[in-house]
Every structure is written in structure tokens, then in C-alpha cells.
Design a protein. Structure first.
Length: 277
């Protein structure tokens, strides 16, 4: 039997350490910018090429420093968005306002020609609902249980914000019923399961997060853990059983376990085109 030298043993140990440490120390800090072209029903021609930069699940806190958040915000502003949308879970720790008050001054630096619009996620409620809502309003990003009409070249679309499905849910019809039937409707919702919940109005596109893409995506197996009922809602563009297009971002931070494997954090750029089908 061949004797293992000290040098050979150290090479093996080093290789094992790198492999084991990769999902913990490396991949979760490599933030990609991914562009998705999405065809949207009822989208006016004036909005063809409309660019939405989507941020979600920052989870500022343990292992997600403020320097990383600042880096993400700086990059988002440079992507030439028409609007920026954020779909919640800006902080990680429960039952404290400290992280909320630290991260929101950085989030307030987001800027886009047609506005920045944000809703809350379950972690924002678990931290402190009142303080999270205060910062939404203070930064003029508040779309929680609201809707706004966005104009472009004499045409318009509607952007609506849902409450978090677990902690702040209201029937979307309360907002959607106020919009003309023929108008394009885009909804921000932290949890993509919102697309399967009770409402009767039409939604043309829902933009969500919450899943983090599963954080671990094993080749030929998939994502072992997804915190949603509908296990089709991992990441990317999906279609709900009710026919609504749903985009789910992999987000930036982590939850449950502080690792990512084959599931890089992302800043998502959504380029909208009219659905001609």
C-alpha cells in the first residue's frame, strides 16, 4: 500500500476544506446580474423594453454585512432601470428594530426615473411591522396594499403591492377591482404562493421572492427545501395554475441555513415585451 506523504495529505485536506467551505464562504457572496425577457399580456406597446430592476430577500444581518447591501444598491442604480421594485425580507433578525434602522438608509439610496416601489416580507414583520412600515413611507417607496399608475408615452400600466401572505395578507381584489379590466396589471408580492390564493381579478405578472431559489440546487435532483406550497415556484418565470405569470428571484441573502450551492444570489433585470399570443 502506497504511503501517504504529509504533503499529499495536506493537499487532500485543503481540497476537502475548499469544497466544504465553498457554499458557506464563496458562492453566497458572488452576486450575479441576470436579465430575463418576459412577455406580458395586455402590456401597451409603449412599454416594450421597459426595464424593471428587482431586489429581494437581502436579509441584512448575520453573514450579510451592510457593505454587501451597499454594493448591491450601487449596482442596481447603475443598471439603467425604468423602475426598481423590492419584494421584502430586508432584515434577518426577529423582534428588533436595530437592523431595520441600519439597512433602510441604504435602501433609500435606490433611484429610478419612474420610481422605486417596495413591499414587506415575513421577516420584516417578524422584526417589527410598525418600524418597517415607517421606513416604507419615509423613503416614499411604499406600495403595501396600494397601487400606482405608471405612464409612458401616453400609455400606462398598473403596479400593485400585496401584503405578505403569511403575516399581512388581504384579498388582492380590494386593490385590483379599482383598475379598468383592459389595463395591464403587475403585482409585487413577497411570497409567490400569493398567485394561487383567493382573488378573482386578472393579474398579468406577479414579481416575487421568498424562496431564495432554494439556496441549494443539486444537479439532477433539484432544490430539497422550498418554503412554499407550490413546489414549482423555485426561481425564474413560472405560470400559476390560474394562468398568471410569476417571476421568482433567487434574492441576495439566506434563511434557514447560511449556504448557497449552484444558486447564486442575483439582481434581476426584467425586460418587458408585449405578449402577442
Amino acid at each position: 500500500m502506497k504511503k501517504i506523504t504529509r504533503r499529499h495529505f495536506l493537499k487532500i485536506a485543503c481540497s476537502f476544506s475548499l469544497a466544504a467551505g465553498y457554499p458557506l464562504f464563496f458562492e453566497r457572496y458572488i452576486v450575479l446580474t441576470n436579465t430575463y425577457q418576459i412577455s406580458v399580456p395586455n402590456l401597451p406597446n409603449a412599454f416594450s423594453g421597459f426595464r424593471i430592476v428587482h431586489l429581494t430577500d437581502l436579509h441584512y444581518g448575520f453573514l450579510v454585512p451592510l457593505t454587501l447591501i451597499q454594493h448591491v444598491i450601487n449596482r442596481a442604480n447603475k443598471l439603467k432601470p425604468d423602475i426598481i421594485v423590492c419584494t421584502g425580507d430586508y432584515v434577518h433578525k426577529k423582534n428588533t428594530t436595530t437592523q431595520i434602522d441600519q439597512v433602510w438608509p441604504v435602501l433609500s439610496q435606490l433611484t429610478a426615473p419612474s420610481g422605486v416601489y417596495s413591499v414587506l416580507g415575513n421577516h420584516d414583520h417578524w422584526a417589527d411591522t410598525a418600524r418597517s412600515d415607517y421606513w416604507l413611507k419615509r423613503t416614499h417607496q411604499d406600495l403595501r396594499h396600494k397601487a400606482v399608475r405608471i405612464e409612458r408615452a401616453g400609455q400606462h400600466i398598473w403596479l400593485a403591492g400585496a401584503g405578505d401572505l403569511w403575516e399581512d395578507h388581504k384579498n388582492l381584489d380590494i386593490i385590483l377591482d379599482k383598475m379598468p379590466d383592459s389595463d395591464c396589471r403587475i403585482v409585487l408580492a413577497h411570497n409567490p404562493d400569493t398567485a394561487d390564493n383567493e382573488y378573482s381579478s386578472r393579474i398579468d405578472l406577479m414579481i416575487s421572492g421568498h424562496t431564495h431559489g432554494g439556496q441549494i440546487d443539486i444537479p439532477f435532483i433539484g432544490t430539497p427545501v422550498l418554503p412554499v406550497r407550490n413546489k414549482e415556484y423555485s426561481s425564474g418565470v413560472k405560470r400559476s395554475p390560474r394562468g398568471c405569470k410569476v417571476f421568482i428571484s433567487k434574492g441576495i441573502g439566506w434563511a434557514i441555513y447560511p449556504v448557497r450551492f449552484n444558486c447564486f444570489p442575483e439582481i434581476a433585470v426584467l425586460e418587458l415585451i408585449p405578449d402577442t399570443v
